[in-house]
Design a protein around this ligand. Structure first.
Ligand code: AMP
Ligand code: ZN
Length: 115
């Protein structure tokens, strides 16, 4: 996808601080971190979002690598959140499927039923 910043990170045409890489995925530091740990895990191939016919095996791999990234960043014991925004209502801003790995401090907002 010519105009896609994450495709360009995947091909190393745009620089990123890479945390993990293999044949199908790359994980890199978010440029505008919302918490002390904020890493994005992306497939190297372009998909608009998680609902864009992404192979199940690749989705599984991305989530597996997200947990690996949590270990690499040292937040696996303290906890973390995995987030995938989809589309306009999901407030997705980069239209290339990605999973946010967020941790290193308590989340500002609790998801799920109110306390
Ligand atoms: P989303 O709003 O879920 O689409 O998240 C997109 C994320 O990509 C945001 O958290 C941005 O800070 C991040 N981002 C955008 N451009 C870059 C870049 N060149 N390198 C690293 N992270 C980026
Ligand atoms: Zn892309």
């Amino acid at each position: 996808m010519d105009d896609c910043v994450f495709c360009k990170i995947a091909t190393h045409d745009i620089k990123a601080s890479i945390v993990y890489e293999d044949d199908s995925v790359v994980a890199f530091e978010d440029i505008n971190p919302q918490l002390p740990t904020h890493v994005l895990v992306i497939p190297k191939r372009h998909y608009w979002h998680i609902g864009d016919d992404v192979p199940e095996q690749l989705i599984g791999h991305i989530y597996s690598i997200a947990t690996e990234v949590a270990s690499i960043k040292g937040v696996d014991k303290t906890g973390y959140r995995l987030v995938t925004n989809v589309g306009e209502d999901g407030r997705q801003t980069v239209l290339h499927f990605h999973v946010h790995v967020l941790g290193g401090a308590q989340m500002p907002i609790r998801m799920g039923p109110a306390d």
